[in-house]
Design a protein around this ligand. Structure first.
Ligand code: BMA
Length: 311
């Protein structure tokens, strides 16, 4: 049998609500970053009122995480952020940029869902910077370096006319974004035919930027969330070098198939290691956190040698 593209960690799930020292209903959709040899995980939890907050956990090896006694981010009580975070904070992504970590998360309110940007240097203090989209956007991942003098992000605007797709936008200052274009669209009668969206912060490899995204297929029993992978040109990430035709991960373990939302694997973070493997983190059934390992070469090969059209 061929080795799976993503080797699931035997100790999955690696984090559940039982590991959280304050009352939560779920632990899922976490951004992860490595800093000074330590792994920091910012995870989403539903509270018992149905709204979400962001907690933090730390690990020495990327597998065994310990949750801090207090949440990392709660809906803001002040000013503009309070207005747009009233219904909660979801699905954080972490991007290591220069000497800081940028955090993008979905801010929910009566006005819809938009993306907020915060930053930290030490995972102790966190500072909100700006709301960087209007409604309705989700899934913003920022590339971890400026490219040709500009910040670059992948995002996922909502559309009633076209299926939800992955777009690219640029910024001189992380606040003002534009020059946008669509890069990857769902394919009809394909595993991602309902929607695609950015997942983990793009990962730099010598072959290009790896973009691990999610795709959704609607069945008679509801939607199935899977993961896919695309490769973007290093110097011009609007250029797609390939999109793997097949999904790379689908719900299979009991905690991915059954949970708060059935049949979901959803990623917000991955960490590239020095040995050219990637630890990919995903939420299982919107209820628990899981991890698995993939080889950079294998993911690149899937994008380049069994690609489908991006649009
Ligand atoms: C998406 C988002 C994710 C969630 C997924 C599956 O629309 O809400 O946060 O993991 O659905 O429920």
């Amino acid at each position: 049998m061929q080795e799976p593209i993503i080797q699931r960690y035997k100790g999955n799930p690696i984090l559940t609500k039982e590991d959280v020292p304050y009352p939560v209903a779920t632990v899922h959709n976490a951004g992860v970053a490595k800093h000074k040899g330590k792994y920091f995980m910012l995870f989403r939890s539903h509270l018992h009122n149905g709204r979400s907050i962001i907690g933090i956990a730390e690990s020495a090896d990327g597998y065994a995480f310990k949750v801090r006694s207090q949440p990392f981010m709660l809906p803001s009580k002040e000013g503009t952020f309070a207005e747009y975070e009233e219904y909660g904070l979801e699905d954080p992504r972490i991007c290591a940029m220069e000497d800081q970590f940028l955090i993008t998360y979905s801010a929910y309110s009566r006005h819809g869902v938009r993306i907020a940007l915060a930053r930290t240097t030490d995972f102790e203090e966190v500072e909100r910077v700006s709301l960087i989209t209007q409604a309705d956007y989700r899934n913003v991942v920022i590339f971890p370096e400026k490219i040709n003098g500009r910040y670059v992000r992948l995002d996922r605007p909502h559309s009633e006319i076209s299926p939800w797709s992955i777009w690219i936008s640029y910024s001189p200052d992380l606040i003002h974004w534009g020059d946008s274009s669509v890069l990857i669209k769902p394919l009809t009668y394909h595993w991602d035919e309902m929607k695609v969206g950015p997942g983990a912060t793009p990962i730099k490899t010598r072959h290009g930027w790896l973009n691990i995204f999610h795709g959704v297929f609607k069945t008679m029993a509801g939607a199935v969330y899977r993961l896919g992978v695309a490769l973007h040109d290093l110097n011009d990430p609007s250029k797609i070098l390939g999109v793997a035709d097949d999904w790379i991960l689908q719900p299979e373990n009991p905690w991915e198939v059954n949970g708060y939302v059935h049949n979901v694997v959803f990623t917000c973070g991955a960490v590239k290691e020095d040995d050219e493997t990637i630890k990919i983190y995903w939420g299982g059934a919107d209820t628990v956190m899981c991890v698995g390992t993939a080889r950079v070469e294998r993911l690149v090969d899937l994008c380049l040698n069994s690609s489908r059209r991006p649009l």
